[in-house]
Design a binder for this molecule. Sequence first.
Ligand code: FES
Ligand code: FES
Length: 204
Amino acid sequence: MANQKEERHVISRRGFLKGMGTGAVATAILPELPSQSVEAEETTQEITEATITLHINGKDHKLTVEPRTTLLSALRDRLELTGTKQVCDRGTCGGCTVIVDGRTVYACMTLAIDMEGKNIRTIEGLAAGDELHPVQEAFIEKDALMCGFCTPGFVMSVAALLEGNPDPSLDEVKEGVSGNMCRCGTYPRVFEAALAAAQQMRGA
Ligand code: FES
Ligand code: FES
């Protein structure tokens, strides 16, 4: 009896449809369950975890994740890289900004499994040992933070901007950080810090 129950439990919808074998049932049910949908459903059900390697701040990290795991969750919950902040968790604030292959992305809107083979940089990897990155130095010097929750995201956006454009105008700085929000309203000082860091990096 127990075996019968188990057997009933594991039978798939596809198996059920195959097993019925009556024209009437097939005609009644198949138009609503195209074979591709059934296959997609079965595939989705089968993949529960994947082992991936993420290249972060120059090091490889092997971890097992669910397909739905975001890069943000992998960084914070699995690798203890908590400098990348979780604020809105829905792609609106920029608190989770990291640099992937030279471009800023929202880690909360990026799947970890899509990041294999990419060069991921987080706020933890910006300083060179004990020496802060010029953008970090400029944020301190210009007092460009209050609560600091948005700061790692802003710093990463400014760092990415300056790597692509070492001499940005104020408008270009504003555009470069337009995906980041600061609830404390430190924008003028963030802009000032970005321009100061640019100057410092150009050696002027
Ligand atoms: S936490 Fe990712 S954009 Fe806000
Ligand atoms: S410094 Fe508080 S949110 Fe920006």
